[in-house]
Design a protein around this ligand. Structure first.
Ligand SMILES: [Zn+2]
Length: 149
């Protein structure tokens, strides 16, 4: 398939999330299985702001087949449960846009008040702080009884 003079595989070579999946770009991983990867956003809106991505490259989330989309959202539910418990927030907000990185992704954002999901609040976080949050979440995966795997 051609997109202008660029083949689909050329385009995918440049996809930042595909590079993260391949381990070519590091990330603060929360959870991974054969289908999905959840990692902390390096520009979080709030503490624990997580990106959940399917490993199979798809640009637009609603191009994902029904059964896979159901599975994807059920995984988002599980990760949200984990974030809510560990970070002790009232809810976890969900945002899907997909313009900045054209690889389907769900933002899962721990929140305590309404009208608080504002992308302008996203700002870089220190690597050490990101690692600490990641460690805190990962260590609780087994403690919290969710059939995530
Ligand atoms: Zn990709």
């Amino acid at each position: 398939m051609l997109i202008g003079n660029i083949t689909k595989s050329d385009f995918m070579k440049e996809c930042v999330f595909c590079k993260i999946i391949k381990g070519e770009i590091p990330c603060e991983k929360i959870f991974e299985n054969e289908k999905y990867l959840a990692f902390l956003d390096i520009n979080p809106m709030y503490k624990g702001h997580t990106l959940l991505i399917p490993k199979k490259h798809t640009d637009y989330i609603f191009d994902i087949k029904d059964n896979e989309l159901t599975d994807y959202f059920l995984m988002a539910k599980k990760i949200s449960f984990l974030l809510k418990k560990v970070l002790k927030t009232e809810k976890v907000g969900l945002v899907v846009e997909g313009f900045f990185v054209r690889h389907a992704h769900i933002h899962l954002i721990p929140i305590n008040i309404g009208d608080s999901l504002d992308p302008h609040l996203q700002k870089p976080i220190k690597k050490e702080e990101l690692e600490e949050i990641g460690k805190q979440i990962r260590k609780n995966i087994k403690k919290i009884r969710i059939s995530i795997i």
